[in-house]
Ligand binder design. Structure first.
Ligand code: GLN
Length: 491
């Protein structure tokens, strides 16, 4: 296989090439490391790479394959969002607070992928502590969108999405608290799935808002996502919200025809606020699903407008509690000059956190404080239930829900940094899925304004990942948006 076809290949194709000895894992890893060295100066998708270590893992994978012990992902290089702890390897979470922190253990997800023989290709850039929608809030600088380096890649898993969009990595992990897998996948023209809450263990995933955080795979296609999710998902006693369920093959339904599948179209997701260029591509995609035999019906999610306010009470509340652990004693940064213990805490937190993280801690502390707790936090918890009920009602009538992932294509770097509410609204169609704990995914369905990618969001009922991946795969069988690579990166 030529280098340019390897760079475009799906995971299944890479796996087949490795199995047929057309390429070794060492060669494949070198190919992607070479692309990172060549292009990442312009994209800033990676926070750290360690070629020697990656190549050592690749050599192990080659030995394992030679011994007949290979699994589908053995020898395939995969990047991890820098929110996942990687033993003896920097884990920064995009923050000055952890800029030099080396994790003493692997996250469950990292462990599982390592156990299948996947090669750790590097750690990807992200918004600090996963707070953001553009990857501009990283201590390590903004990541650029491979389709247009003046545009953001989306966030917070922007490094993973840019790496895949640019084919600097064939696959990567991400996390999604309120859209952080789906939004960057949509902005960078790749595919990503946030599973049902509890399917992927949060052990070793630096916590943002624990009742919403969920890890998931990002890659070039739904078929690849299924393969990755098969390795990433599974019970883990170390995460108290990990679900104990029988193992599932997420690829089992990929080839099923879509005849008769009922797709719900929430009118609130196509209302004012949705850009016309995005609407056009999303509607064209829904047309393809109809051609594939699916039936579309109108559904209502009447509390959609509450999702952003509810999320921005609950997520900061949980964040303010989770981030209290960064005190200069236990992890990472400690201010170098201080005169007593309190001064050390204050200076460490003042220097260690960026402004968006501080904003969230302030909001979170406020809504949890005595006197405001009932008015904000408790109220938001009640509304969270109401939002989940909207989806339960909608799923009485349909099998899947579809709509845009984001109201616009990727915006220009710097264009929303001074207006946090505008930034928060990028996730208007995403956050309610996390509030409800449902699975959601994004797949590329064309290009909008300035030739920037458009994503279609597919939302499923609890545990319907296989059905969502089936729908996405059937669409990707008859379209080729997911195979496009930006011109300047295609060599
Ligand atoms: N953009 C949202 C936020 O800033 C979601 C981030 C995420 O999913 N991690 O909180």
């Amino acid at each position: 296989m030529s280098d340019s076809s390897l760079v475009r290949a799906s995971l299944a194709e890479l796996s087949a090439a490795l199995a047929a000895k057309r390429i070794s894992s060492v060669e494949l890893t070198q190919l992607f490391l070479g692309r990172i060295q060549r292009y990442d100066g312009q994209l800033n998708a990676f926070v750290s790479i360690d070629p020697e270590r990656s190549l050592a893992q690749a050599r192990e994978a080659d030995t394992r394959r030679a011994d007949g012990q290979a699994q589908p992902l053995t020898g395939i290089p995969i990047a991890h969002k820098d929110v996942f702890c990687t033993k003896d390897w920097l884990t920064t979470c995009g923050s000055n607070m952890l800029h030099n922190w080396v994790a003493p253990y692997d996250a469950h997800v990292v462990q599982r992928l390592h156990a299948t023989g996947a090669v750790l290709l590097g750690k990807t850039n992200m918004d600090e502590f996963a707070m953001g929608s553009s990857t501009e809030n990283s201590f390590f600088g903004a990541t650029k969108n491979p389709w247009d380096i003046n545009a953001v890649p989306g966030g917070s898993s922007g490094g993973s999405a840019a790496a895949i969009g640019a084919r600097l990595a064939p696959a990567a992990t991400g996390t999604d608290t309120g859209g952080s897998i789906r939004l960057p996948a949509s902005f960078c023209g790749c595919s990503g799935i946030k599973p049902t809450y509890g399917i992927v263990s949060r052990y070793g995933m630096v916590a943002y808002a624990s009742s919403l955080d969920q890890g998931g795979p990002m890659a070039g296609s739904a078929e690849d996502l299924a393969l990755l999710l098969n390795s990433m998902a599974g019970f883990d006693a170390r995460d108290s919200t990990s679900l104990e369920r029988p193992a599932e093959d997420y690829a089992r339904s990929l080839t099923q025809p879509l005849a008769g599948v009922r797709i719900g179209l929430p009118q609130e997701y196509f209302a004012a606020g949705l850009d016309a260029d995005v609407a056009k591509q999303v509607e064209a995609a829904i047309g393809e699903f109809r051609k594939l035999g699916a039936i579309t019906i109108d559904v209502k999610l009447p509390n959609t407008s509450l999702a952003i306010p509810v999320y921005y009470v609950l997520a900061p509340a949980e964040a303010s509690s989770n981030l209290s652990r960064y005190d200069g004693v236990r992890y990472g940064l400690r201010a170098s000059e201080y005169h007593d213990l309190n001064d050390m805490y204050e200076k460490t937190r003042a220097q260690g956190f960026g402004s968006e993280v501080k904003r969230r801690i302030l909001i979170g502390t406020y809504v949890l404080s005595h006197g405001y707790y009932d008015a904000y936090y408790l109220k938001a918890q009640k509304l969270r239930r109401v939002i989940a009920q909207d989806f339960a009602d909608a799923f009485e009538q349909c099998d899947l829900i579809m709509g845009p992932t984001s109201p616009s294509v990727a915006f220009d770097i710097g264009s929303k940094t001074s207006d946090p509410v505008q930034m928060y609204l990028s996730d208007i169609y995403n956050v309610s899925i996390n509030l409800a704990g449902l699975p959601g995914m994004s797949i590329p369905v064309g290009f909008g304004a300035r030739q920037r990618p458009v994503g279609l969001q597919i939302i499923g009922n609890y545990f319907s990942e296989a059905r969502m991946l089936n729908a996405a795969h059937q669409y990707q069988r008859v379209t080729d948006w997911h195979t496009r690579v930006p011109e300047w990166l295609s060599a």
